[in-house]
Structures are given as C-alpha cells and as structure tokens.
Design a protein. Structure first.
Length: 71
C-alpha cells in the first residue's frame, strides 16, 4: 500500500483522508470484492438475477463500503 499511496501522491491525488486506498486495503483483508459478493449473493438468492440486482442496489444506496456487505 505504501507504493500505491506514493503513486497517488505523484499524480496529485489527495489521499490524506484515506478515501481511496483504505477501501482497497479493507477489500483485500476481507477478501470481499464486487465479484465475490455477486457470486455469493447469486447463490444466496437462488440464482435469481432480479433479487441479486435489488440487493445490489439496496446496498449501494446504503453507502456502506462493499467489503462490509452481506449477501
């Protein structure tokens, strides 16, 4: 992560509040990416794409970071 922070600084991106890389780091630690969540939710909702999308939209509106989402 230090190299990533350095790269963002080199590009002039203010990462002092951690808004970008803190979420990336949390996803890595939790092993929860968007694809992982979708696969788990797809099975949890009986392979129903409508339910999957409804759950996705609901969680997205909540503002919670993806690594905290339950299927």
């Amino acid at each position: 992560m230090p190299k990533a922070r350095e790269g963002l600084a080199d590009l002039g991106v203010d990462e002092s509040d951690g808004r970008f890389l803190d979420n990336v780091e949390a996803r890595v630690r939790s092993r929860q990416t968007g694809a992982c969540w979708q696969r788990q939710a797809f099975e949890a909702y009986g392979r129903d794409m409508y339910k999957l999308m409804a759950a996705y939209c609901e969680r997205q509106r909540s503002g919670a970071p993806l690594h905290e989402w339950d299927p």
